[in-house]
Design a protein around this ligand. Structure first.
Ligand SMILES: *[C@@H]1O[C@H](CO)[C@@H](O)[C@H](O)[C@H]1NC(C)=O
Ligand SMILES: *[C@@H]1O[C@H](CO)[C@@H](O)[C@H](O)[C@H]1NC(C)=O
Ligand SMILES: *[C@@H]1O[C@H](CO)[C@@H](O)[C@H](O)[C@H]1NC(C)=O
Length: 976
């Protein structure tokens, strides 16, 4: 089971299981016995125990004098000679290094220590275990290199070093292990190339080295491994072509080369020479040419993944692939844009279990036929978006009762959406945006109780918005923009408290905004622009506390802006232009610190323009076409507000209102009417989307892939607890972001994602790293993909600034150190952030992992606290302290976590305060709490205490005294 557990290949599990059963059967007998030498084993085991620093389950408690060592937990001895032949301590949460003394257990056949927290190097002494057959050290924290001398263990049949932090090259010496059947070294940090000596491993069945940094090309000689069933080299840096000899390994069942830079085309006989293939994954490479027709002969295929390459030509018939579950061919140049391109769909009707079909972003033309309804009823994802498919959406799709996600956007579909489609009750994401569909939006939508994203924009839908939409209680994104919808906004829509994003722009909606809008407590973006809506902004809008983007331009709204908007301090963009708003420009806009665009032009605002906040700079604010405004900064070139002028204005004001109301209303309605009829219709397709206007599409996996240049190493900013952080440039090119990609293979990463999303969703403060959005999707490989997108912090982490010598390669030439004042300012920033988290947020939040690495500095060296991966909400989490003592790691980092956490005590705000204290000491002494100089009795805390107060200068960070450069601080000393 142990090999199996960490085996990353999709199908290898069954293979490995089968052979492991074989391996495990019967413990070998050893002829003869060696008297007297059994003491060696006892001592070796005790030495092993002595190095273990943590044994939370007490697995080694039985390892004591009162019991014979052959009865100790995890130990198996040979029946006659009483020597240790198996040491099996898988899954015990043991921590610490492996004692070199295991090298003395000279009869050991199986050493199984997978899935623990063992660390340091793998001891060389293992090479002395000449009888060793099985060596499983996967899923630990081993560092250093793979010891080359394990090549002396000539009986080895299985090696599993997966999921550690091993570096260096794959030792060429491994080529001498002629009995080796399993070699699993994936998910480490191995470099160098695949040594050709591995071609000598004639017994090899499985070779998995994916997710490393292996470079070079794939050696030809691997084609000689005629027993090979699984070959996994995905997610490395391999170049060149795949040697033809490998395509002749008829035993191959699983072949995974995704995400390398491999090129060339596939041999036309592929399906004939690899008849046993179950997985064929070569996505995200540079392959060219056609998909061979013979592929259908590889009739055992379960998973076919060839996305993001440069394949051309027709997708061949796949009629013999009865077992196919997943077909993934997106981002290629498949199809010729004509009828016939979709013939492969009808060839799949016998693939009874097909559940995933992705051919997005190709060149596929022709029409979908009714035969689509004959696809497997297990189909849950049908992704045909971004092709040239025309014709109607076939009603037979109603038979695909398990569909959850339908993406048909950016094609040329026409006609009505078949009414039956809305009876597919499992649907949760539907995007049919950017087609040529028309007709009404049917009220039967209400059956879709699981729906959370519905995109119908950029079509020709007409009629009114069905009130029954109010029954889709999970709806988060609703986008009906750029259609011909008319009527009013149904108040039922405003009962969807789950809604995050609503776009009704560029339709012909009339009436006012329903008062119930205040129920949309989660609403972040509301776009009602370019309609014929009227009335005042309801003061209830002030209850939409998360509102960030508000577009209401190009309507007939009037009245003054409600004071209740004062509380919506998260606003980034507000566009109210081209309406009939009047009254003063409220001065609460000055306090909206995130506001970067405020468009009030072509309204009837009057009086003095505020001068602080966003109004301090001329960019970002538009106010033209408001003749009664005065004051403001000189750049606005408004007349000054002397009181006389104002009074005169007031006098004529009521007159103007009457004239304006009559002329304005009549005139405007006419003008708008013509505008809609002619202008907008024509420019429809050209209108650009907004930052948030299409969040689901914009921050898909693909767009993040593009933003980070394919998650390239050049953009890698760092690797953290649960994933990697990349620098990315979003499509528009004007926004640099940091993208944290969760490594979902690590246990807890998914949980960390949810913790972080929950924490960040509800909080906002200038000293917290701002999360722009989250992306939860499926990557080209069909795996879950989760990422968080943050504002990019130019100056990196505080850690880098405090300890520049340890990060030499990361620091620019300008590696100056922080001045006293800068450090003080950052310390104040962090204190403000903590104060907010603990006292002012919607709920008290404990950060749990405050340390310099989690404090990021922007271009002004302002501190922002980030990484909420293990944050806790106090009221919602009740702790059972009994079983928590074992998971110290979960509550922070060594050195910074409060000592009581180590004893299983509850998470509390005081814990953060402790970490903050340590942080302060580190910032001003330049010493890490984990510095070598601190041992049992001396720690950073009492080190500082001893020096206080006479000798403070002696412990202060010496760089504070050698500031040669001009003290740089763009900010004044803070007083808050
Ligand atoms: C060592 O082996 C002898 C004979 O096989 C046996 O009597 C003795 O109990 C063993 N000692 C230990 C510690 O196992
Ligand atoms: C991986 O190895 C490279 C080169 O040896 C090194 O620069 C990098 O820091 C390592 N990464 C990790 C996560 O250990
Ligand atoms: C599916 O299987 C049936 C019965 O075996 C066969 O008649 C039919 O031609 C097959 N369809 C396709 C598309 O291969």
């Amino acid at each position: 089971m142990d090999l199996l557990e960490s085996c990353p290949l999709f199908l290898l599990t069954s293979i490995v299981l089968a052979v492991l059963l074989q391996l495990g059967s019967g413990i070998p007998h050893v002829a003869g016995s060696e008297h007297g030498r059994n003491e060696t084993d006892r001592l070796g085991l005790l030495a092993f125990k002595a190095e273990i620093t943590s044994d939370p389950f007490g697995s080694l408690n039985s390892w004591n004098q009162s019991l014979h060592f052959c009865q100790w937990t995890g130990v198996t001895c040979g029946r006659r000679h009483q020597r240790v032949i198996v040491l099996n301590l898988d899954d015990r949460k043991l921590a610490g290094p492996i004692s070199p003394h295991v090298g003395n257990l000279s009869f050991l056949r199986k050493l199984k220590l997978g899935n623990n927290s063992l660390s340091h190097e793998i001891p060389q002494e293992i090479g002395r275990l000449k009888r060793l057959q099985i060596l499983l050290l996967h899923q630990n924290s081993f560092t250093g290199e793979i010891p080359a001398n394990i090549s002396g263990c000539l009986d080895l049949t299985a090696i599993n070093f997966s999921r550690n932090s091993l570096g260096g090259k794959i030792p060429v010496e491994l080529g001498s292990l002629s009995k080796l059947k399993y070699l699993l070294i994936d998910t480490n940090n191995l470099t160098g190339s695949v040594p050709p000596t591995l071609g000598n491993l004639s017994s090899l069945i499985i070779f998995v080295a994916e997710i490393n940094n292996i470079s070079g090309s794939i050696p030809d000689v691997l084609g000689g491994l005629t027993n090979l069933e699984g070959l996994g080299l995905g997610q490395n840096r391999l170049v060149g072509t795949i040697p033809l000899s490998i395509f002749n390994l008829s035993s191959l069942r699983s072949f995974n080369m995704i995400w390398n830079q491999l090129q060339g085309s596939l041999p036309s006989s592929l399906g004939n020479t690899l008849p046993n293939l179950e997985e064929f994954s070569i996505g995200r490479n540079l392959f060219t040419g056609c998909i061979p027709d013979s592929l259908s002969n590889a009739s055992k295929l379960v998973r076919l993944e060839m996305g993001s390459n440069k394949f051309t030509g027709k997708i061949p018939s796949l009629e013999k692939l009865y077992d196919l579950l997943q077909l993934s061919l997106p981002n290629n140049y498949l199809g010729v844009g004509e009828a016939g391109d979709l013939d492969f769909l009808s060839s799949l009707t016998n693939a009874t279990y097909l559940s995933y079909m992705d051919v997005r972003t190709n060149n596929l033309g022709g029409m979908l036929t009714e035969s689509i309804g004959n696809l497997s009823s297990y189909l849950s994802e049908l992704l045909l978006a971004d092709n040239k498919i025309s014709g109607i959406i076939p009603p037979s799709m109603r038979k695909l009762v398990n569909l959850q996600r339908i993406l048909l956007f950016s094609n040329q579909f026409t006609g009505n959406i078949p009414i039956d489609l809305w009876n597919l009750q499992k649907l949760n994401i539907v995007s049919i945006r950017d087609n040529r569909l028309f007709g009404n939006i049917p009220s039967s939508l209400e059956n879709l109780t699981l729906l959370y994203a519905l995109y119908l924009d950029e079509n020709n839908f007409h009629g009114s918005i069905p009130p029954s939409l109010g029954k889709c209680h999970r709806l988060e994104s609703l986008s009906f923009g750029i259609n011909n919808l008319s009527g009013t906004i149904p108040q039922e829509l405003a009962t969807l408290s789950s809604l995050l994003f609503m776009n009704l722009s560029q339709n012909q909606l009339s009436g006012s905004v329903p008062l119930e809008v205040g129920n949309l407590k989660n609403l972040e973006a509301l776009d009602l622009s370019e309609n014929m809506l009227s009335g005042q902004i309801p003061s209830t809008l002030g209850s939409c506390v998360k509102l960030t983007f508000l577009y209401m331009e190009g309507n007939l709204f009037w009245g003054s802006l409600p004071s209740s908007l004062r509380d919506l301090r998260g606003f980034e963009v507000i566009d109210l232009s081209r309406n009939r708003f009047s009254g003063k420009i409220p001065d609460y806009f000055e306090g909206f610190v995130f506001l970067r665009k405020l468009n009030l032009s072509f309204n009837d605002f009057e009086g003095a323009v505020p001068e602080r906040g966003l109004f301090k700079v001329a960019t970002g604010v538009s106010m033209e076409g408001n003749d009664k405004l005065c004051g403001g900064i000189p750049e606005l070139q408004l007349h000054s507000c002397n009181s006389e002028g104002l009074r005169r204005n007031r006098f004529t004001f009521s007159l103007k209102v009457i004239v304006a109301t009559i002329v304005g209303l009549l005139g405007l309605i006419l003008v708008l009417f013509f505008l809609y009829l002619y202008w907008f219709k024509k420019t429809k397709k050209a209108s650009s989307f907004r930052v948030f206007g299409n969040s689901f599409m914009k921050l898909s996996y693909q767009s993040l892939l593009k933003a980070t240049d394919g998650f390239s190493q050049d953009n890698l900013l760092g690797i953290g607890g649960f994933g990697s952080v990349y620098k990315g440039i979003l499509d528009q090119g004007d926004r640099v972001v940091a993208v944290k990609v969760l490594n979902l293979q690590f246990r807890g990463a998914s949980k960390s994602f949810i913790a972080e999303c929950n924490a960040l969703k509800s909080i906002r403060h200038r000293n917290l790293v701002k999360v722009l959005t989250a992306c939860s999707s499926v990557d080209c490989n069909g795996n879950d993909f989760k990422a968080l997108v943050y504002e990019f912090m130019v100056n990196g982490s505080l850690e880098k600034w405090l300890h520049p010598n340890e990060n030499e390669n990361e620091v620019s030439e300008d590696s100056r150190s922080l001045s006293f004042l800068e450090r003080l300012n950052i310390a104040i920033d962090v204190a403000c952030a903590l104060d907010y988290l603990h006292h002012y947020g919607p709920e008290p939040i404990v950060h749990c992992d405050l340390k310099p690495g989690n404090i990021l500095l922007d271009d002004e060296l302002t501190g922002h606290v980030g990484d909420f991966g293990i944050a806790r909400f106090l009221p919602t989490v009740t702790y059972e302290s009994g079983n928590q003592s074992s998971s110290i790691g979960v509550k922070g980092s060594i050195g910074y976590a409060a000592p009581e956490y180590g004893m299983g005590s509850e998470v509390s705000t005081s814990g953060d305060v402790y970490s903050y204290g340590i942080l302060l000491l580190e910032m001003f002494t330049g010493k890490r709490p984990t510095d070598h100089m601190f041992s049992d009795s001396l720690n950073l805390h009492n080190f500082a205490k001893m020096a206080f107060s006479e000798q403070v200068a002696s412990i202060a960070d010496s760089t504070l005294f050698q500031q040669k450069k001009i003290i740089y601080s763009s900010r004044p000393y803070k007083t808050h």
